[in-house]
Design a protein around this ligand. Structure first.
Ligand code: C2E
Ligand code: MG
Ligand code: MG
Ligand code: MG
Length: 278
């Protein structure tokens, strides 16, 4: 509407809206430079198996802003998705995560450690996405089978067939796929059946409520049954206490992630020993 009104006309914003728009514009400006200034770093959060051993880690992006400090990905990833910055940033993330994995695998403590990396639909839709991933895997020298790419249900809103083709060619290399935040987005069971993936991640919003809220527990039970019937492994995210873990174990989840085990940490602070406290 502001555009339609013409550039020379006075447009009235509410102070709140103006602040928000300004804040976003400034953040985007900074984000363009963040990559060159080494302000983007990865934290890693362990993913645990039912024997309570560390199976792998998920790479989670952090932006250390010179003024604002640590900016949450919930804040800047959507911005980066809107303006396409997610494409170069996503490539950098993949590169950093694979390098770190190569280092851990080389250090020999964790030869079988896996690395999960979040991929935006906008990245997946790039025509050279498959080549880009193969290139990074080759360059960093990791085993393709130790890499998991996490995608979300938003891929169903675009050309799902082209996404499936790309997923298939990367799976032929041994790369695994995980459907993240499951249950929060738009999903059709028909599509889900077609999707060639390995893992389903139950969103933390359900995990958070399973003990208090009957409908969340019912949804979690349904998601687990669905995943099992499609022969997918189930990862539960956002586990904060033992009761939640016990419930998820009893109901057949395969892998577990959450503050109960560890927050996402700087690689120097991460103890990748086989046993965990929980
Ligand atoms: P996600 O991929 O679903 O990652 C899980 C989020 O849950 C992370 O938030 C993690 O810190 C948080 N979490 C883990 N355990 C717990 C818990 O026990 N309790 C609670 N309350 N939270 C827990 P984070 O790191 O803030 O990332 C938020 C989202 O930003 C991610 O959700 C992902 O969608 C996106 N994101 C992060 N890094 C990247 C990236 O490199 N690329 C892309 N495209 N997206 C990313
Ligand atoms: Mg994820
Ligand atoms: Mg998630
Ligand atoms: Mg999420």
């Amino acid at each position: 509407a502001a555009k339609e009104a013409g550039r020379n006309q006075l447009t009235i914003f509410s102070p709140l809206l103006q602040d928000k728009a300004l804040e976003r514009a400034l953040l985007v400006q900074d984000l363009r430079q963040a990559q060159d200034k080494d302000e983007l770093i990865l934290f890693y959060q362990p993913i645990i198996d039912s024997e309570k051993r560390i199976k792998g880690v998920e790479a989670l992006l952090r932006w250390v802003h010179p003024i604002h400090g640590m900016v949450s990905p919930e804040k800047f990833i959507p911005l980066a998705e809107e303006n396409g910055l997610i494409v170069p940033i996503g490539e950098l993330v993949l590169e950093m995560a694979c390098k770190q994995l190569a280092k851990w695998q080389h250090d020999d403590i964790q030869k079988t450690l896996t690395m999960a990396v979040n991929i935006s639909v906008r990245q997946l839709n790039q025509p050279n996405f498959v080549e880009m991933v193969k290139r990074v895997v080759a360059r960093t020298g990791i085993h393709a089978s130790s890499l998991t790419l996490e995608i979300t249900e938003s891929i169903f809103q675009r050309d799902v067939n082209s996404a499936i083709t790309k997923i298939n060619s990367l799976r032929e290399e041994g790369i695994k796929f995980s459907l993240d935040d499951f249950g929060t987005g738009y999903s059709s069971l028909t599509y889900l059946k077609q999707l060639p993936i390995d893992y389903l991640k139950i969103d933390k919003s359900f995990v958070n409520d399973i003990l208090e809220d009957k409908s969340s527990a019912a949804i979690a039970v349904a998601i687990i049954a669905l995943a099992k019937s499609l022969e997918l492994k189930i990862v539960a995210e956002g586990i904060e206490d033992h009761q939640q873990l016990d419930w998820l174990l009893a109901n057949g989840c395969d892998f577990f992630q959450g503050y109960l085990f560890s927050r996402p940490l700087h690689p120097n602070n991460l103890q990748l020993t086989l046993e965990t406290k929980a």
